[in-house]
Design a protein around this ligand. Structure first.
Ligand code: SAH
Length: 336
């Protein structure tokens, strides 16, 4: 039986029409599914009986299955979901002061091949379907209260799966009632995709994983830099309207003795000169498969204050969930 969540809005409308009901019944269905999150067609009391029995016969209401859960003392919780083909992806729920953050995955694995990232090590198994992305959000919504931020910072490169990611953002925004301002897409900066996403969702937040101030280092650690080099990324950033630029976040993973010297800080500062961006420094999360280390706190702070002296807004993001391997770059695709 088909999962009802695989139905997009257009298809839902045509189902409704085919049965001879007015189109707004598709809206009603989606409200029950995404906003009220009922698990049973009988509870959808304002849908015509005939429509409900059609749904019973043809669809199931199925959330991605949680097969493992790890919680850290601060409440950060990692969920391992099993998809219908037994592939697995991870999402992380992060409680913050005023809201909850959901860190969600867009692919099973990733093919960007960043040397320092655990997800990249197993390559790409497959793209997620839009409803496997919205499914993570639905599932986490059951476990959260209050305002929710969504960050595409789990497994995968969202712009490498742009069709399904776009569809999922549309659903999350329109039917789960989460504002685009609360959705952040983090990317190695696939420029064509970035342009497309900004055109479609002008209010979405963007984070760019720059990580290195020099072409040769970025290419060494992030092979995608051959196709989309730093120079092109900076050029594109400069073309963005000022207001938008202020909201762009530059991510920089700090790795001991790789890209954490004050010389690197200076290069980064010069590179971004004139751009009103926020800089998020992410002290490297070590993992058992890779040799790189996190710099000392002293070094991280020195790097940050150097950039602050150059007038940048700098935030040090100790990613949460380190002890449960739920932090950035520690999510690992497990296949079948
Ligand atoms: N593919 C997207 C989103 C997933 S990665 C992207 O690259 O932006 C989210 C962030 O985690 C990226 O900024 C990435 O550079 C960072 N990251 C990867 N491995 C890491 C690690 N081991 N420690 C800290 N951050 C890491």
């Amino acid at each position: 039986m088909r999962n009802i969540f695989s139905l997009n809005y257009r298809e839902a409308k045509s189902v409704v029409k085919g049965l001879g009901y007015p189109e707004f019944q598709a809206d009603n269905l989606f409200r029950w599914l995404y906003l009220k999150r009922v698990k049973n067609f009988d509870e959808m009391t304002d849908l015509p009986k005939g429509f409900r029995s059609f749904l019973w016969k043809n669809f199931k209401i199925s959330y991605p299955r949680i097969i493992e859960k790890f919680s850290a003392p601060d409440g950060t919780t990692k969920y391992l979901f099993e998809l219908e083909d037994r592939n697995k992806v991870e999402s992380v729920l992060i409680p913050e002061k005023k809201h909850m953050t959901f860190c969600i995955s867009s692919q099973v694995g990733c093919r960007m091949g960043c040397k320092f990232c655990a997800t990249a090590q197993s390559g790409l198994a497959r793209n997620l379907k839009f409803y496997e992305i919205t499914g993570q959000v639905l599932s986490l919504l059951e476990r959260a209260e209050g305002k929710v931020n969504i960050v595409f910072m789990g497994m995968g490169e969202p712009l490498d799966n742009i069709n399904e990611v776009e569809r999922s953002i549309e659903m999350i925004n329109k039917w789960m009632n989460i504002s685009l301002k609360r959705i952040t897409l983090s990317t190695v900066c696939l420029i064509d995709g970035l342009e497309r996403i900004l055109k479609k969702f002008p209010n979405i937040k963007i984070a760019i994983s720059l990580n290195f101030p020099e072409e040769k280092d970025r290419t060494k650690f992030m092979p995608i830099n051959r196709k989309y080099p730093i120079s092109l990324i900076i050029k594109k950033l400069k073309e963005l309207p000022i207001k938008r630029r202020e909201r762009v976040t530059i991510e920089y993973v700090l790795m001991d003795r790789i890209n954490d010297s004050l010389k690197d800080a200076e290069k980064l500062g010069k590179l971004l000169r004139g751009l009103r961006v926020k800089i998020n420094l992410i002290p490297y999360n070590e993992n058992e498969f890779l040799p790189w280390k996190r710099p000392s706190l002293k070094q991280v702070e020195a790097f940050a204050s150097f950039l602050r002296k150059m007038n940048y807004s700098v935030f040090i993001r100790f990613s949460k969930g380190n002890e449960i391997k739920a932090a950035c770059g520690q999510l690992r695709a497990k296949r079948g």
